[in-house]
Design a protein around this ligand. Structure first.
Ligand code: ARG
Ligand code: GLU
Length: 714
């Protein structure tokens, strides 16, 4: 065992970036081209990104600030995930027209529904602007000055880059600020909902199947971008016309086989590939367990409530979906890191780095001696860790109840008042009272749940290291919490409104007399002291600076490796192959799922597994048309080794010819540590098979006119 461990580590040391790992910069894809072609790709890096010609990148959309979409027609029609379009589908749903439950299909352009606030961004071009951004910075520049200079430079560069155009430019740091790229974007704001399957399809499997394989979720929705008569972005207007993208994706009905080359082109949000053992230990073994334990409590109470009635189920569904999403992912992440002995791997790499740095002390970059960087990082993590953990408790325990998040709002109003910001305070009060009305719409049952969450999460925190802040016993604390809940005006309908009726800014202190606001402020003041803030800020700034040096050092240590930059919500390409995997001893997961599996999971009594009669009908008749695979099955989803993360939702999955074969929507639970550590044996992205998507649009919903807009290649 010991020997195997060491051998794996040695392999890792020689090759810091593992096969299939990486989210690559489209502009620099030339470096990966040979490897991609060797893996089966039949197009060129230039077909994917080309500054002078229309190319695949022109078909990719950043959907708001957290999902990806792709154009599939010459008239601005694009695809993304159902869970990305969710809030827009919901916002158009009413009791009479429940599009969320029943699905929505615009049968004419007039029926397409405007979505105020929704943006679809196209990357026009990107550019390496490192030298301009770092102009005026020397090795002696203090970190705080560095930030100021960089901000000033960035403002200048972006202004110059977009002068006289309707484009918007942003500049982002890569490799912790060793490199900077500018993104010149075109942002469309007239985006309309075109289609969404019923939630029994678009969310099939719900939170039960979330992050899991085998998966059968028809996770897609469709939108259309509208532009002015010059095909330029414009605010919503009925005179706008469908946008004509420079490029839309061709769709292949050929499907996938095990081993096929695929790539994902989209906007991954965050990865932390190069962190030290201290950070990995903090995230996986310290923060995650706290977050998981506290979310266990919240989920238990919400789920109990949801079992009481369909109305309760509906009320808590989206709350539970978002709490459970992180909760489940962190469990997979921590398990994955334990299984891979991730912290130990990092320590081993650090030993090798230290040896290298000591050996080549003369090899300095910007006059920095690499031999002290790890020790310095360690020192700063020692300062940061306890504060970070307290703050983790605060956000997962104190902020767990609606009671405390609402008390936080009132505490903010108090602060605005005592700082003389009366206008802002008034605006905050108006906003609060509006949201309060909504909150009390389901008052009775909710306070039971909310109170239980408030008391239990706080008691968990109290028992886990926070008792010393409060001079009382557990029993006293628990009793106190119950009293605070019952006596706060926040939990009595109409009481806050009444309070604010006679309120003047000079009465701010009265706000603090409410037991809820008072309690919040005490906890807050204990945990967020000026001293801790200063220490945290200092450690954090140091860590950023040191990581910049450490990453630069690793790149110098391994000059022949192609280091991919951590994801930062910029456009990336990940590539790999369709592949099953062994999640556990004696178990093998095949790489694709079919409609058969939906019928196997069906359970009319379990909300997540209800199958509609229409889908049954098509299944019984095997009426799959041209969307069936060569075995006559209806494929639903597939997995592959592409390295993806949150933000890649909705990303196109393309085949060797650059044609659309799927829509990325998740990762397999056993591989969710891939934000920190990628393992080709376990890390799989989950994609909706494009044939199931088209089958639902065409055969299920009869929205054939939408499929007819697309370019489908057999
Ligand atoms: N796990 C997927 C992604 O992070 C899908 C989340 C939405 N689906 C759900 N059942 N909560 O983000
Ligand atoms: N569902 C995720 C998203 O919304 C993608 C899953 C992942 O984290 O890879 O972006």
């Amino acid at each position: 065992m010991r020997k195997i461990f060491t051998l794996t580590l040695l392999a890792l040391l020689a090759l810091p970036v593992i096969a299939d790992e990486g989210m690559w910069i489209p502009m620099l894809l030339g470096k990966n081209e040979a490897a991609m072609q060797k893996a089966g790709m039949r197009i060129t890096a230039k077909d994917i990104y080309d500054i002078n010609n229309a190319c695949l990148k022109d078909a990719i959309i950043l959907f708001n600030q957290g999902c990806t979409g792709e154009y599939v027609s010459a008239e601005g029609l694009f695809l993304t995930n159902h869970h990305c379009g969710y809030s827009y589908i919901t916002s158009h749903s009413t009791v009479e027209h429940d599009y969320l439950t029943n699905g929505f299909w615009a049968m004419t352009r007039e029926q397409e529904l405007p979505c105020p606030g929704l943006t679809a961004t196209r990357l026009v071009r990107m550019e390496d602007v490192t030298d301009q951004v770092l102009e005026g910075i020397t090795p002696e520049t203090a970190e705080s000055d560095r930030t100021l200079i960089i901000d000033k430079n960035i403002a200048k560069i972006t202004e110059h880059a977009t002068k006289g155009t309707h484009y918007k430019a942003i500049i982002k740091p890569f490799y912790y600020g060793n490199q900077y790229f500018m993104y010149v974007n075109e942002v469309f704001t007239d985006v309309r909902l075109v289609g969404a399957p019923p939630s029994n399809i678009g969310k099939f499997g719900g939170d039960t199947d979330n992050w899991m394989w085998p998966r059968h979720t028809g996770d897609f929705s469709m939108f259309r971008v509208y532009a002015d008569s010059d095909n330029k972005p414009a605010p919503y207007s009925k005179f706008n016309q469908p946008y004509k993208p420079l490029k839309h994706l061709e769709i292949s009905l050929q499907g996938v086989k095990e081993g096929d080359f695929t790539f994902v082109f989209g906007y991954p949000g965050t990865t932390r590939r190069y962190v030290t053992s201290d950070q990995m230990e903090l995230s996986a073994n310290k923060e995650n367990p706290v977050r998981i334990a506290l979310r266990d409590i919240r989920l238990r109470h919400y789920k109990n409530a949801m079992e009481q009635s369909p109305a309760q189920r509906l009320k808590y569904a989206s709350k539970v979906a978002s709490i459970a999403n992180g909760w489940k992912k962190w469990q997979g992440e921590t398990l994955g890191i334990k299984r891979l002995q991730g912290v130990e791997q990092k320590r081993f790499q650090e030993i090798a780095f230290q040896e290298w740095a000591d050996r080549y002390k003369n090899l300095r970059i910007r006059d920095y001696d690499y031999s002290t960087v790890l020790a310095d990082l360690h020192k700063n993590y020692q300062q940061l860790t306890p504060i970070d953990l307290e703050w983790t408790y605060f956000s997962e325990a104190v902020m767990a109840s609606d009671f405390m998040t609402r008390a936080h709002n009132l505490y903010n109003i108090y602060n605005l008042c005592i700082n003389g910001k009366e206008e802002e305070a008034q605006a905050a009060i108006t906003k609060f009272i509006q949201s309060n009305d909504k909150y009390f719409a389901d008052f009775d049952q909710h306070t039971v749940v909310d109170k239980a969450i408030f008391v239990e999460t706080f008691m968990y925190m109290f028992k886990n290291g926070f008792a010393s802040y409060y001079h009382m016993s557990e029993a006293q604390m628990e009793q106190g919490l119950n009293k605070i809940y019952d006596n706060s005006m926040l939990n009595q309908k109409g009481a806050v409104e009444k309070f604010f009726k006679q309120y003047k800014a000079k009465d701010a202190a009265k706000l603090l007399k409410d037991p809820g606001v008072e309690f919040f402020s005490t906890v807050y003041v204990n945990i967020y002291t000026a001293e801790k803030r200063a220490q945290y800020k200092e450690a954090n700034q140091n860590i950023n600076r040191l990581m910049r040096i450490y990453v630069k050092g690793m790149m110098t240590q391994y000059p022949d490796s192609n280091f991919f930059p951590d994801a930062n919500l910029t456009l990336r390409v990940a590539y790999g192959k369709v592949a099953g995997f062994h999640p556990a001893d004696a178990v093998y997961y095949k790489p694709y799922s079919t409609l058969e599996g939906i019928m196997q999971k069906e359970n009319p009594d379990i909300y997540d597994y209800v199958v509609t009669p229409r889908l049954h009908e098509l299944y019984n008749k095997k009426d799959y048309g041209r969307y069936a695979n060569e075995k006559g099955e209806m494929p639903v989803a597939f997995i592959a080794t592409n390295h993806t993360t949150g933000g890649n939702s909705g990303s196109p999955v393309l085949n060797a010819d650059g044609r659309l074969i799927g829509i990325n929507f998740d990762r397999c639970w056993e591989g969710t540590m891939s934000d920190l550590l990628f393992d080709p044996d376990y890390c799989r992205n989950i994609s909706l098979d494009i044939r199931y998507c088209l089958f639902i649009i065409d055969k299920y919903a009869g929205a054939t006119h939408l499929v007819n807009e697309m370019t489908i290649v057999k």
